[in-house]
Design a protein around this ligand. Structure first.
Ligand SMILES: C[S@@+](CC[C@H](N)C(=O)[O-])C[C@H]1O[C@@H](n2cnc3c(N)ncnc32)[C@H](O)[C@@H]1O
Length: 388
C-alpha cells in the first residue's frame, strides 16, 4: 500500500506512551510524496497500528489521528470529532461567549486551533495535514455554527516549520466594526485581526473568574493586555492600577473599562519590570498583585534568562504586598514546567524575606484541554500565594 510508514522499534515504544507526535528518527524512512497525507502506520513487525498526518519536511513527521488503521478519515470522521469538541465545550463553558472550540491534539485535530468570539470564529492551522482538510472542516463549522465571519490567524511562525505560508485573512463573511464578548458579568472588545494570539488570552478565562475572590483594597494588574483580569477584579477592589506596554492593548483596555462603566482603574502604559521596582521604592503597597507576563522562554536556550525574569517580577510583587495580600502569578512558557516555576517562586519568596503561603495552583481553562500523554499541551501555570 502506497500511503504507509513503518515505525522503528524505538518508535513503537514511543507510540505506546501515547504521545501524539512521532519524530522522523523513529520511522524507517518516509517518502517526500507523503507530505500532507493521511498515512497508515505499521509497527516494526508490519502490524498496522493506526493512522496519522504525515509531513516528511517537519521534525514532527507524524501527528497521530486514530488507533484504527482502517477507518476512512473522511468528512464524517471529522464531523464526529467536531461534534465531540462542541459537546465538551457545552459541558465546561457556562459563563462566557468567547472560548476555545478546538484545542489541537487534545481534541483530535492535530495542529488546529479554533477560537469562538460569539458569532465570529478564528482559525489557526499549524500543520500541513490539517491545512489539507481545512476546507472540509470550515464547511462543517459553517453548517454547525453559522458564524457571521471566519478569520484565519495563520501568522504564527511555527507554520514555517511545516512549510506553510504565514498570513492572516478573512476566510468568509464580514467582520463587524466591533466584536464584543462576555466573560462572567463583564463585556470586552476583541480585535481578532490585530490582537495578540487570536484576539484574546482565552486560556486564562477561568483563572480570571476565579481571581475575583481575592479582589479587595488596592490591586495591581501588571502585564494587563486589554484588561481582562482588571475587569473581573475592579468590582470589589477599591482601585486598580493596570500596567501594559502595548499602546494598542491599552487603548482597548480603556474602551473595555468604559464599556463596563468602571471608573476605579488607572491604566498606565509602561514596562512592568520598571514599574514594579518604582512602586517598591516609593513604598506603594497592594492587597492583590496579578502577574501574567508573556512567555519568557520560547526555546531551551532562553530558560536561564526566563528564570531570572520570573524571579525578579515575583520578588518585587511579593515585596509590595500588604500583610495577608495575595499574589496571582502565571507563566505560559511550557518549557518552564510546574517544578521549575515552583522553584522560581520558592527563590522569590526566600529573597523577599517574607513568609509566603501557597494557596492554590491552577492551569489553563478547561476549554484548552490537557492531554495527559502530551505534556506539551499543559503549558499554563497560575498560582495564588499569600504573603503574611
Ligand atoms: C499574557 S499577556 C496578558 C494577558 C492578560 N492578563 C489577559 O488575561 O488578557 C502579556 C501582556 O504583557 C504585555 N507585556 C509584555 N512585556 C511587558 C512589559 N515589560 N511590561 C508591561 N507589559 C508587557 C504584552 O503586551 C501582553 O499584553
Amino acid at each position: 500500500m502506497a500511503n504507509e510508514v513503518t515505525l522503528t522499534a524505538k518508535g513503537e515504544r514511543w507510540r505506546r506512551t501515547r504521545h501524539p507526535w512521532v519524530y522522523r528518527d523513529d520511522l524507517r524512512g518516509v517518502a517526500e510524496s507523503l507530505a500532507g497525507q493521511v498515512v497508515r502506520v505499521k509497527g516494526p513487525d508490519g502490524t498496522p497500528v493506526g493512522q496519522a498526518f504525515c509531513n516528511p519536511r517537519s521534525k514532527i513527521t507524524l501527528r497521530w489521528l486514530t488507533d484504527d488503521p482502517d477507518c476512512p478519515v473522511d468528512r464524517s470522521f471529522w464531523a464526529g470529532r467536531l461534534q465531540a469538541a462542541l459537546e465538551f465545550r457545552q459541558r465546561v463553558v457556562k459563563d462566557s461567549s468567547a472560548y476555545r472550540l478546538i484545542h489541537s491534539e487534545a481534541d483530535g485535530f492535530p495542529g488546529l486551533i479554533v477560537d469562538r468570539y460569539g458569532d465570529i470564529l478564528v482559525v489557526q492551522s499549524l500543520s500541513l495535514g490539517i491545512e489539507q482538510v481545512l476546507p472540509t472542516l470550515l464547511d462543517l463549522l459553517e453548517g454547525m455554527l453559522s458564524p457571521k465571519a471566519v478569520v484565519a490567524r495563520n501568522d504564527s511562525p511555527v507554520r514555517r516549520l511545516e512549510g506553510l505560508v504565514v498570513e492572516k485573512k478573512l476566510l468568509s463573511g464580514k467582520l463587524p466594526d466591533r466584536i464584543e464578548v462576555t466573560e462572567g458579568e463583564r463585556r470586552y472588545r476583541v480585535d481578532v485581526m490585530e490582537g495578540h494570539k487570536t484576539g484574546a488570552y482565552l486560556d486564562q478565562r477561568e483563572n480570571r473568574l476565579w481571581s475575583r475572590q481575592f479582589a479587595r483594597g488596592r490591586v495591581l494588574d501588571a502585564f494587563a493586555y486589554q484588561g481582562a483580569f482588571t475587569l473581573q477584579v475592579a468590582g470589589t477592589a477599591q482601585e486598580v492600577l493596570a500596567v501594559e506596554d502595548s499602546a494598542a492593548a491599552l487603548e482597548r483596555l480603556k474602551e473595555n473599562l468604559e464599556l463596563n462603566g468602571i471608573t476605579n482603574v488607572r491604566a498606565e502604559r509602561g514596562n512592568a519590570f520598571d514599574r514594579l521596582r518604582e512602586l517598591e521604592k516609593n513604598g506603594e503597597r497592594f492587597d492583590l498583585v496579578i502577574l501574567d507576563p508573556p512567555a519568557f522562554a520560547k526555546n531551551r536556550g532562553e530558560i536561564r534568562d526566563a528564570w531570572r525574569g520570573y524571579r525578579e517580577i515575583n520578588l518585587r510583587a511579593l515585596r509590595i504586598l500588604n500583610p495577608a495580600g495575595t499574589l496571582i502569578t502565571s507563566s505560559c512558557s511550557h518549557l518552564v514546567n510546574e517544578e521549575i516555576f515552583a522553584e522560581i517562586l520558592r527563590e522569590a519568596a526566600a529573597d523577599s524575606q517574607r513568609t509566603v503561603r501557597f494557596l492554590e495552583s491552577r492551569t489553563q481553562s478547561r476549554d484548552h484541554p490537557v492531554l495527559l500523554t502530551h505534556p506539551e499541551s499543559k503549558y499554563l501555570k497560575c498560582v495564588a500565594l499569600e504573603a503574611a
